[in-house]
Structures are given as structure tokens and as C-alpha cells.
Design a protein around this ligand. Structure first.
Ligand code: ZN
Length: 701
């Protein structure tokens, strides 16, 4: 039994979460108390709206913070300490939390109060950051239909519900269709070219399907349309006809029979357009772009066009290289009529021939403790902050979890973060991410301070130490660590004291990856990468020759890769901007029209890629796929400021680093991302740096 007093989820967000005390049985009673409490605040606020910052916006932050802190802990534990009782408890209360957050965001009295605050006398006293917070709150409320009345309002809510259902159906059907296909192999000739790790995976899949005697060496092997299996097979399987079979099955997923996503796509595009029109926009893309940094479809398309003209020639050249290489390797006949299923296989052979290094070879140079030291030394060089271990000063959810504090060089405490470095397949989600524990805010300032300090979770999935040896990191894992640390820095080094705009909050979708991708660039900087290295046995630094291979492989087939992203970006915008549901053209006609400009090999007639384009039909990327490239332009251009200052000149790097800290990292969501970028760079972003880093610059002229 737990009483409210003893429930550790109910402690105020000025203390660190009591991970040593929190148990699954605290979740349902704890979260229900929080929901009740916040409902009480909401109802009091709605009864008596007083349109001023202190009496309206601050209570909104208090409500979000109270719920966000308590439920955030539960959400976090779902990702890192998952268990059946925790999942059950989470499922029970999650809908109540989501419902309440929606209710706050769509409250009409609060909305009217915010508009009165913006337009009234009190609005004149708001500082620019406060003004932006109020504007964004109003915009988000309007985009969720709060200003609609009567039948329009009802129809809008109905559309929202239907779109959510369609998205779930899209995902489920795609999952089921992916699972429904299998290619079972049994002869050594069929598996030619496949690496051991692939055969292990394929034998395991066979055993899971009831072929109990399957072994990696003798088979049988099951190939599926799951990402790792599909990609691995396309890259390594020598049998061209089998690659073709798999390719065709992959592109036909969820496009026929009782798992057909085509009607889902039609309905979704029609409903999104209707939703946009109800809110006063011409198209759904206009709606989506209204809340993004790009601001207008034309700006996003301008960027994509610019990248297209810079990369098309390079892509043609990349494909030609593959053809020539095929000819050299005795596949001239296939090269003469190269098909989609040839490109991944022969590209991989070409890559191996050019940049021959193995992941194992690289990993031995990067023990995790050494890489962390190098990363923190970089943070000190660039941003004048000291990261120091503070293990034991905060309860943790697993003995491997570390706790760090971040201070200025003068010793002022700025922030803290947890690092959970290793994979634990039984209870921890895959991938890597950064999340907030608490954000910087003056509302929750402890005695003697002017703001609560930000705290973050930094979660990775590296291989755990074995037999007393340290964890060894692949190059990709190092990039990922840098990426997530970039998000963590923006959260931690904010100088904004308004909780609703500090750190990563209130930052537009297409700008939020700026600090994270910016940090990735340092992995390709020789001194930085070498500085992270120390061979686990020989204690040697990363040799130059290996560094050069890593750097060169970064631009391998950059033309083809860019073209692929542009194809998706254009297709997404076209469907949400120029496509007329029920008109003469089908979504698949649009796909073909876009492909004519943005692909080199025309789609095969039965190509149903849209039926598996989950980014835009299931995830949050609808009329937003371009964001990947948009943020890459920003991050590359930001890194170029350091290159221009001179990467080998430590004082210039430090000075540029301070400027990055004082603008991009410090200002967070308190100003528009374009203004923040201009404060750092002295001008608007350009694509020059991204093209140069990708090796595409020469063709841009
Ligand atoms: Zn990210």
C-alpha cells in the first residue's frame, strides 16, 4: 500500500527523481493524483481567466511541468527499465495524461485569455521571448481547432480522430504485411556472399518460424522484409534473381489483399486537406509549414531544388561508377541493364574495394571511457564548460548509469545529466535519445538561485564491458553519442529562464536537429577524433591512414544518397500541396511524376512505395520530410563558421564556440530560429557548406 505522502512520483520537480524508490505500483496511484491536481488548477484557471503573464502563462507552465515531471519519469522508465507490471501501469494511466494535456492545449477560455493578453494592454509589456511564447501557444491552440465553432468544430474533431485511426491502421498493416513475407533458403549456393552475422540472424529467424534445427552454418535460413534482414540481403546476396524477388516484395508491401494501405493513403490525404481548409489554409503543406522555420512551401522547395541541381550530376556519376565497376568484375551484361536490385549489392562491393576497413578494427581504438573524456574535453574547448562525474549524488535506475555535472570554468553549476551507456535488450529500448528530466525555469528556482537548473537523460545502446574490458564503440556509435550530446547541450546550456522557451522547448521541428548534427561534424575532424582514441591493447592513437578512410567514406555515393532523400522530400510536399484527392491523378501517378525528375532508374511498374512511406503516413513527417535536409544545411553551415575561423587555431575555435554557446545553445526557443542563426553566423544560412562536406560542391557551379 502506498499513501500519497510516500509516493515518490509526487515529489516536487525541484528534486531529482527517486529512482531508488520508484516501483511500478507507484505509477497508477501517483499519476492519478497528479492528473486530479492539474485538473483542479485547469478548472480554477478556466473559471477566472485573467489575461496577464503571471496569472495565465505561468499557471500553464506549472500544469505542464507538474504532469511532465511525474509522467516523464514513468515514460523514461518505460524506455530503460521496461517490465510487464510497469507496462500495464503505464497503459492504464497514459490515456488520462494525454487527454488532460489535450484539454489544456485546446481550452477555449485559456485560448481567449491568451488572445486578450496578446492584443491587450498587458501584451505591450511582454518582452520578445514572452511574446514568442504567447504567439506559439495561440498558434498551437488554433492549429488544434480551438477557434472553430459549431459544425466546423465538430467536423474538425472528427477528422482528427479519423486521421489518428488511419495512421494506426497504416502502421499495423505495414507491420503485418512485412511479417507476412519470408524467403526461406536451404542451399549454400543461395546464401553465397552473406556474412556470418547475417546467417546467424537468418538461422535465428528460421528457428523462430519453427525450423528448429536451423544453424548459421547449415541452414535453413529465413530472409525477411525487416530492415536489417532486407538491407543486409540486398547488400550482400550474390544471387541476382533472389535480390530481385526480395526487392519486388519489399516495394509491394501493404498494397494488396486485406492489408492494403492504398485506401488509407487516399483517405488520409483527403482528410488532411479538409483539416487544412477548415483552419483557413489552402493546402496541408501550408498548414505544416506555418509552424516550421522554413515558414512556406516555397522556401522548402527552393532548398530542395538547389540541392537537386547540385547533386543530380553527382548521382549520375555515382551510378556510372557502379556500372564500370560491375564491368571490371565480370558483370558487364548485368551492367548494361542495371536494375534497382543491383545497386545496393555492387555499391557495397565498390565501397569495400575502396575503403577497406572493418568495424572491429575501428572499435579497438575507441573504449567508451576514453571517448567520453575526449568528448568532454571538446565541450570544454568549444563552450568553456567543465563536465565532471558526480556518481552517487543522484539515485539511478541501473548500476551502469552515470551522473555528471556541468559547470562553467569559474565553477558555477549550470546543469546535470544522466548517462545510460549500454544496451540491456531485456528491458531497454534500442537506439539512442536525449530527454528532459527538468528544464531551466525561474518558476521553480530553489532558494538562493534565480532558476531551476536543467537536467537531462542521455541514453545510448553501446555494447557492455565484457570480462573487465571496457566497452568498445563503433564509429557510428561515436557519431550517435555526439549527436545526442548536442541535444543535451542545447537543453543544459540555455540561458532562458522562461520554462516554456528554455533549452529545446519551443524550437521549430526543422531547426531542432541543428546542435545535434553540428556535433556530429566533429567526428570527422582529425584532432578531435584522434583525441578520442586509444587502442585498447596497444594504447596507440588512431593512425592517419584509418582516419582518412573514415573521412573519405563519408562522401561515398553522396550524390545518390542526396537524390534519394530529395525524392522523398519532393514527393511528400507534392502530395500535400499540389495533389487533388479524387482528381485525375492518383498518388501513385504523383510518385511517378516526381520520380521522373529525382531518380535515375524509373520505378518498376508495381512500385507501391507509398504504402510503406511511414514517415509521412504514420509518423510526424507529413509535409515535413524536407526537415532532414533543412537542418543539415543549418548544422553544416554552423560548422563552417569554425572551419572559416581555422580549426587548428585554438583561440579562434574557442571564440567561435563561445558565440555558438551564447546564441544557438543559449537562446533555445526564445527567439525565431532564423534570428538565432543570424546572431551566430551574421547572415542567413546557405547550402555551400553542406555541399562541400558531401563532396558535391564542385558540381554546384
Ligand atoms: Zn536528434
Amino acid at each position: 500500500m502506498t499513501t500519497n505522502d510516500s509516493n515518490p512520483l509526487l515529489r516536487p520537480a525541484t528534486t531529482l527523481p527517486a529512482f531508488d524508490e520508484i516501483r511500478p505500483e507507484h505509477v497508477v496511484p501517483g499519476i492519478r493524483v497528479l492528473v486530479k491536481e492539474v485538473e483542479g488548477i485547469l478548472e480554477a484557471l478556466e473559471r477566472d481567466v485573467n489575461p496577464s503573464w503571471d496569472t495565465l502563462v505561468e499557471p500553464i507552465e506549472r500544469m505542464q511541468d507538474r504532469l511532465g515531471f511525474g509522467f516523464g519519469i514513468v515514460d523514461h522508465l518505460m524506455g530503460v527499465s521496461n517490465s510487464p507490471p510497469l507496462r500495464e501501469a503505464y497503459d492504464e494511466v497514459e490515456p488520462e495524461v494525454v487527454k488532460l494535456l489535450t484539454r489544456i492545449g485546446q481550452s477555449q477560455p485559456i485560448y481567449r485569455g491568451l488572445v486578450a493578453l496578446r492584443d491587450g494592454a498587458a501584451g505591450k509589456n511582454l518582452d520578445p521571448a514572452q511574446r514568442r511564447v504567447v504567439d506559439k501557444l495561440i498558434q498551437e491552440a488554433e492549429l488544434s481547432g480551438v477557434a472553430l465553432e459549431g459544425a466546423a468544430r465538430e467536423r474538425f474533431q472528427q477528422i482528427r480522430l479519423e486521421i489518428a485511426e488511419l495512421a494506426t491502421r497504416f502502421g499495423n498493416q505495414l507491420l503485418d504485411a512485412t511479417k507476412a513475407f519470408a524467403l526461406d533458403l536451404s542451399t549454400s549456393e543461395e546464401i553465397e556472399g552473406l556474412p556470418t552475422s547475417f546467417l546467424e540472424m537468418a538461422a535465428q529467424a528460421a528457428r523462430a518460424a519453427g525450423m528448429e534445427t536451423a544453424t548459421p552454418a547449415a541452414g535453413p535460413w529465413r530472409v525477411t522484409l525487416d530492415g536489417p534482414s532486407y538491407l543486409g540481403f540486398m547488400k550482400h546476396a550474390k544471387r541476382r534473381d533472389l535480390r530481385e524477388t526480395l526487392y519486388r516484395a519489399h516495394l509491394r508491401r501493404a498494397s494488396e489483399g486485406n492489408l492494403d494501405n492504398r485506401p488509407v493513403i487516399d483517405a488520409m490525404l483527403r482528410l488532411r486537406l479538409e483539416e487544412a481548409k477548415l483552419l483557413g489554409f489552402e493546402t496541408y503543406a501550408d498548414l505544416s509549414l506555418s509552424r516550421k522555420m522554413a515558414g512556406a512551401v516555397s522556401s522548402a522547395e527552393k532548398l530542395l531544388e538547389e540541392l537537386l541541381s547540385a547533386s543530380h550530376g553527382a548521382a549520375v556519376r555515382d551510378l556510372e561508377e557502379v556500372r564500370v565497376f560491375m564491368g571490371e568484375r565480370g558483370a558487364a551484361a548485368e551492367a548494361a541493364e542495371i536494375r534497382h536490385w543491383d545497386v545496393p549489392y555492387w555499391s557495397e562491393r565498390l565501397r569495400e574495394a575502396r575503403y577497406d576497413y572493418s568495424e572491429e578494427q575501428i572499435r579497438k581504438f575507441f573504449p567508451l571511457p576514453r571517448a567520453l573524456d575526449g568528448l568532454f574535453a571538446l565541450a570544454k574547448r568549444l563552450f568553456a564548460v567543465e563536465v565532471t562525474p558526480a556518481d552517487g549524488e543522484a539515485p539511478v535506475w541501473h548500476p551502469d548509469v552515470r551522473f555528471f555535472k556541468v559547470r562553467s570554468l569559474e565553477g558555477e553549476e549550470l546543469a546535470a545529466f544522466y548517462l545510460d551507456p549500454y544496451s540491456r535488450p531485456a528491458e531497454k529500448k534500442g537506439g539512442a535519445w536525449m530527454n528532459e528530466v527538468v528544464g531551466r525555469s525561474r518558476l521553480f528556482a530553489p532558494p538562493g538561485r534565480n532558476a531551476r537548473l536543467p537536467v537531462a537523460y542521455l541514453i545510448c545502446n553501446g555494447s557492455p564491458p565484457i570480462d573487465g574490458n571496457p566497452s568498445l564503440m563503433t564509429f557510428r556509435e561515436i557519431e550517435t553519442l555526439f549527436h545526442e550530446f548536442g541535444h543535451t547541450l542545447q537543453h543544459m546550456l540555455t540561458r532562458v529562464d522562461i520554462g516554456l522557451a528554455s533549452g529545446i522547448r519551443n524550437v521549430e521541428w526543422d531547426a531542432v536537429e541543428l546542435p545535434s548534427q553540428f556535433m556530429e561534424n566533429w567526428c570527422y575532424h582529425r584532432d578531435t577524433l584522434v583525441g578520442l582514441s586509444e587502442h585498447v591493447e596497444t594504447k596507440r592513437l588512431l593512425p592517419n591512414e584509418l582516419f582518412e578512410k573514415i573521412r573519405a567514406s563519408r562522401t561515398f555515393q553522396a550524390g545518390l544518397q542526396t537524390l534519394r532523400q530529395l525524392n522523398f522530400g519532393f514527393l511528400d510536399l507534392e502530395l500535400h500541396h499540389r495533389f487533388t484527392p479524387g482528381g485525375a491523378e492518383s498518388p501513385f501517378d504523383v510518385q511517378r511524376r516526381v520520380a521522373a525528375r529525382t531518380t535515375l532508374l524509373p520505378p518498376i511498374p508495381e512500385d507501391r512505395f507509398l504504402c510503406s512511406f511511414s514517415h509521412i503516413f504514420q509518423g510526424g513527417y507529413a509535409a515535413g520530410y524536407y526537415s532532414y535536409k533543412w537542418a543539415e544545411v543549418l548544422s553544416a553551415d554552423a560548422f563552417a563558421a569554425f572551419e572559416e575561423a581555422g580549426l587548428e587555431r585554438s583561440e579562434a575555435v574557442a571564440e567561435t564556440g563561445r558565440r555558438f554557446r551564447e546564441t544557438v545553445l543559449a537562446l533555445g526557443g526564445s527567439e525565431s530560429p532564423m534570428e538565432v542563426f543570424k546572431k551566430f553566423r551574421g547572415r542567413e544560412p546557405t547550402t555551400a557548406a553542406l555541399l562541400r562536406h558531401s563532396g558535391l560542391a564542385a558540381l554546384a557551379y
